[in-house]
Design a protein around this ligand. Sequence first.
Ligand code: CA
Length: 655
Amino acid sequence: MEKMVDTGSLGAIYQKEATTFRLWAPGAQAVVLHLYRTGSDREEGAQAAGEYVLFDLGEGVWECSVFSDLHGIYYDYVITRDGKKVRTADPYAKACGVNGQRSMVVDLSETNPEGFMEEVRPVIEEKDIVIYELHIRDFSIDPASGIKKEFRGKYKAFTQKDTTLDGKGEFPTCLSYLKKLGITYVHLLPAFDYASVDEEDTERGQFNWGYDPLNYNVPEGSYSTDAFHGEVRIREFKEMVQALHEEGICVVMDVVYNHTYSADSWLERCVPGYYYRKNPDGSFSNGSLCGNETASEHEMFRKYMIDSVCYWAKEYHIDGFRFDLMGLHDVETMNAIRGALDELPDGKRILMYGEPWFAKEPPMEEGAVPAIKANLHLLDERIAVFCDSTRDAVKGSVFSREIPGYANAALLPIRPVDLEGKIAEGMETPEKYLDVISDIRHSVTAWCDGEGGFLPKAPRQIINYVSAHDNYTLWDKLVFTSGKESFSEKYEDLLEINQFCAGIVFTCQGIPFFQAGEEFARTKQGVGDSYCSPDTINRLDWKRASEYRELVSYYRDLIALRKKQNGFGSFEKPEPEKVAFLQAEKESVLGFLFEKQKMVVYYNPEKTPEDGLLPEGDWKLLFDRSGICDGKEQIFRETVRLMPKSVVILQKKER
Ligand code: CA
């Protein structure tokens, strides 16, 4: 580790009477600031608006102040180094012009929607956390979404209330739908300014997930109604957050500090060779498989990440952060971010979680430890990770489309076979399948026994899920593993398995997470990597949501039950007696007694009804294949009948 550089605040520090520009560019011979009227030279009114020389303050910091109200003025720098000149936008910019090529000076107080300064993040108890992963364009681009045309695919779509399918007033869509579903956190795919969509022409149906960061501290322009005026996207982003907060829904941002769109980034142009990891031969290391990887263990990039995350939390009222390829960041940085968020007002409630892996092992500096699953015990207890172990145990590996898991294998004989009776690839032995059963047991206790080769400090470190934007949707995976032909046909048996998977995710200890649309059997027609697929593949199909409303209702019941029953198990480290395993005749049928809540949960993965044994006493049925049981009270003693492919939940009846 190098010594800490004290640069003070960086970027364009706005005051009405003067703006101070401060850039970290050690080793530069000269830095010149250029001001412009517009974000590009192609716009009407394009004109240079001044040129100022920055002064070297030492420690690599360059500064100048311009005494005028610069709100809405665009800028960039020309840096001279080794006699060569390079143009760059400001890596610390808070606003930018179209396509993020020039930065913009902004008076942030002018960007707040009415009431934004007074609004606070919704209070969501830990037991009520349910995360819904959503892409901003997918959410509302479907013409059937009921969103007005000019808001479709935009931040603004979140602000339109009482929308229904085709505007017919029957089936709720978008924000109304989310509210009814009961999810408590919307996790947005990248919404910072990314490079892969041309903001000058968003009408021609471009799509990208957005994992290609250009300006980390600026919202993406293609989701705003006007990408040419830098303040508009800021205001509309805030309106989106405010609208979600008004419905009691928190907002998580997917942040991608692990690489930049191009290695020729603003960061690299300001300080060549500093922000990225390099191979011994001097080339850029590529742990992201996106061409480069940043070096969080370098002091000034660590500071950059901390400042950026805190800025989004403070300025935009963001309630959580999801770190892409967190395994490319070091543990010290992740814990430092946690510490910095905790210092903010109400900051302890800001969620942090990430992908505890990398695409390729990073050449970190000596002493730095990657934030991967195996190092989970070194991370703060309030930094959670996506649990691929649970994911793959429930529905099979994401790396092979045919391999099933606990929920979608044909289980008789006790080994997974496809419909033709062939043993599924990768599951050649009964032992392999027994491993899957044992993995499900570990999943229920959030792997806190350490048997998975990693050791969570507590269940709150585990995010349970069976689908996310990467890889096949749950429905498509179920179609593949069942050997069926069509993604569009409504297969009743697969719907049962879909329910069964969700039932497991929601009854395991830890935090439940699902991809938007999993609850209506979302299909991408078998496309596993839809990062730039057209809207027809990626958009939420609101007609389908209506057609699969029984599945939606099952998810709604699961969410409601979780909230009512204080989650399942505990978020603290469970004592050994907190979850007891129950017996059933078949090894594949798993039962658990959550002692604190006096609840029994059974999983029956078989295609036949099975019996599960109950502990002593009377047990009231709370939940089965048809959702919450709120009709006539059904009491079971000693055994309970478990329908095929069902999650069954009972609670002890107190005398
Ligand atoms: Ca952009």
